[in-house]
Write a protein that binds this ligand. Structure first.
Ligand SMILES: O=C(O)CCC(=O)C(=O)O
Ligand SMILES: [Mn+2]
Length: 217
């Protein structure tokens, strides 16, 4: 698809909001994509990405994740979590255009994207932090939401009550600083009838560092 709006990634009128989360650095930009671009992108990504329902290990047992996902990026950006290693597919034109827009808004580079498709209310993502070591100490994660607005939960690791943010169609959420160190985040299931939601989290994966210094034997 072709983006019809501005080159710098921001729809007119989108006002960035800093979320009041002590110990985190989270910016929410509603309407970051205009509604027509966001609609077109949802349809295009739903039909063109290589979606699969992967299996992870939970307490040693294989479990199918409750959503579809797809991993795209530069060849260096292999990524592992819960016993699942994802090898990136090469960027599509849509994802590359969106990556550039995210880079312009966030002011930093990304080399990979995890796409998640929550097909209905029973699809979800458990509370977690994006704190794998290949993401570095203070990862910057740019998260684009398309489709149904679902409550996104932040929970401080101290156990304080969760804070809910409704991530709207076409919005961008940028998590950075100590957000992953201090908070978990996730999307709960709901019994409400909800339409599909596609979320894209752009990340920078540091290339693998050898465990051992090959010169010290
Ligand atoms: O769907 C979302 O908004 C969150 C996705 C997420 O946390 C992740 O991909 O790590
Ligand atoms: Mn996450």
């Amino acid at each position: 698809m072709q983006f019809s709006l501005f080159d710098d990634g921001c729809n007119a009128g989108a006002a960035p909001q800093k979320l009041a989360l002590p110990g985190a650095d989270v910016t929410y930009i509603p309407g970051w994509l205009g509604p027509d671009d966001a609609d077109a992108l949802y349809a295009s990504l739903a039909s063109s990405l290589n979606w699969s329902q992967d299996t992870i290990k939970l307490f040693g047992k294989p479990v199918k994740i409750p959503r579809l996902q797809a991993w795209y990026g530069d060849a260096v950006s292999e990524y592992s979590y819960s016993g699942l290693t994802m090898v990136p597919r090469p960027w599509t034109a849509d994802l590359l255009a969106l990556k550039t827009r995210c880079e312009n808004t966030a002011g930093c580079k990304f080399n990979s994207v995890l796409a998640n498709w929550y097909r209905h209310g029973q699809d979800s993502m458990g509370m977690h932090a994006d704190d794998e070591k290949e993401l570095g100490v203070q990862p910057v994660i740019a998260s684009v939401t398309l489709g149904e607005a679902r409550p996104f939960l932040f929970r401080h690791r101290s156990g304080a009550p969760s804070v809910k943010v409704s991530l709207e169609h076409g919005s961008l959420l940028i998590m950075q600083g100590d957000t992953q160190r201090n908070y978990l985040h996730g999307i709960n299931k709901t019994t409400r009838h909800v339409d599909g939601r596609i979320n894209l989290t752009f990340r920078f994966i540091y290339p693998a560092v050898p465990e051992q210094n090959p010169c010290k034997m």
